[in-house]
Design a protein around this ligand. Structure first.
Ligand SMILES: *Cc1c(COP(=O)(O)O)cnc(C)c1O
Length: 374
């Protein structure tokens, strides 16, 4: 048979609309310059010794399947969060859990409302399901426009995604505006509150998403061990949902999706939460230092509550990312919207401040380029 001439397997047409996920690039730098990867919002700290120890031990039994029910971690999370185990569903990263939410709620013809720009996995997962993405533009301050999002909900809407703090811009939604928003969304529509960066939030008016969940059967809180807990490479996240929905999320999970190393590492991380809290406090202090210094330089930036800073550079985004790269900082550019830089080790943060200062110097004040207020 002439394989070259055959048209090949027939694929779902929904795939045509699916954008490819662009991961943060690995670090690279000109010779003699230390390279820092600040493109993926990873935790710059290495794994805790206590976490590494359980991972090493568990590595000795990777010939066995993991516990499919993720029992120990689920019980530990239930205790930690003060929710029944029946209200939890785990998955391979919270992106994996979000895939389970989409699989449980969406089919072709349905609509999913989310803010844009937001987490780039959203349109991918939605369009893979055959549902239609309904992106609602952020405000000029990089915030969710919850009024516009409520107005975008139709009788075809099955799912709404709220990212707080928003990746890549940084602000949280307000507690009151989120409560008002949830009051406007029909209870038949599932609302995901994606709190991937929860641990870094210090804003007084940030929502208590678990409290909102308690009162509302259609709310799902999504969390991850990838960012503050520093387990991005192991892939584990979870959802808090009411029992029927949580059971649906366990049903749509890929069997054995949470691997055995991730399960023990997540439990050990909950055991070491005080040590991890110190790291988070230090990263938040670094964030405040960086944001304060950038504002002093003259940058007009959104209010970030996460472990990254957003530079709304407009069409100068590629040029800005290249300037960072030249200095050994791999940031994450998003088309002609802006660039995101992760708060990392102090040396990397200092480097960012330096690049930003030189950038402003070379623009001269009074420039109209994106991101400047003077
Ligand atoms: C990083 C991130 C996640 C979680 O990713 P996982 O590694 O899959 O847990 C989820 N949502 C947002 C907005 C993120 O930025």
């Amino acid at each position: 048979m002439d394989h070259a001439a055959s048209p090949g397997p027939v694929l779902r047409s929904a795939l045509d609309a699916v954008p490819a996920y662009t991961p943060g690039k690995p670090a690279s730098a000109p010779e003699g310059v230390t390279a820092y990867k600040v493109s993926s919002n990873e935790n710059p700290y290495p794994p805790l010794p206590s976490v590494l120890a359980v991972v090493r031990e568990a590595a000795g039994t990777i010939n066995r399947y993991p516990d499919m029910a993720v029992t120990d971690l689920t019980d530990r999370l239930a205790e930690h969060l003060g929710v029944p185990a029946a209200c939890l569903a785990t998955g391979p990263g919270s992106v994996g859990v979000l895939g389970q939410v989409v699989a449980a709620t969406c089919e072709a013809g349905d609509e999913v409302v989310f803010a844009w720009r937001s987490f780039e996995a959203y349109p991918i997962l939605v369009q893979l399901s055959g549902a239609s993405a309904v992106p609602v533009p952020l405000t000029p301050e990089g915030r969710h426009d919850l009024d516009a999002m409520a107005a975008a909900v139709t009788d075809r809407t099955r799912l709404v995604l709220v990212c707080t703090p928003n990746n890549p811009t940084g602000p949280t939604v307000g507690a009151q505006e989120l409560a008002d928003f949830l009051d406007r969304v029909p209870s038949s529509v599932t609302v995901v509150l994606d709190e991937a960066y929860l641990e870094f939030v210090m804003a007084d008016d940030a929502p208590d998403c678990l409290a909102l969940w308690r009162d509302r059967p259609n709310v799902v809180v999504l969390r991850t061990f990838s960012k503050a807990f520093g387990l991005a490479g192991l892939r584990v996240g979870y959802a808090v949902a009411h029992p029927t929905l949580a059971a649906a999320l366990r049903k749509t999970a890929i069997p054995f999706g949470v691997n055995s190393l991730a399960q023990v590492a997540a439990v050990a991380s909950l055991d070491a939460i005080d040590e991890l809290d110190i790291r988070v406090t230090e990263l938040v202090a670094e964030r405040e230092r960086v944001v304060g210094a950038l504002r002093e330089q003259g940058w007009d930036l959104p209010d970030t509550q996460a472990n990254f800073v957003w530079f709304p550079m407009g069409d100068r985004t590629p040029e800005f990312a290249a300037a960072c790269q030249e200095a050994g900082l791999t940031v994450r550019p998003y088309g002609v919207d802006g660039a995101r830089a992760t708060i990392a080790e102090p040396e990397a943060n200092d480097r960012l401040l330096e690049v930003c200062r030189l950038w402003l110097d070379s623009c001269g004040s009074g420039s109209s380029s994106g991101g400047l207020n003077k």
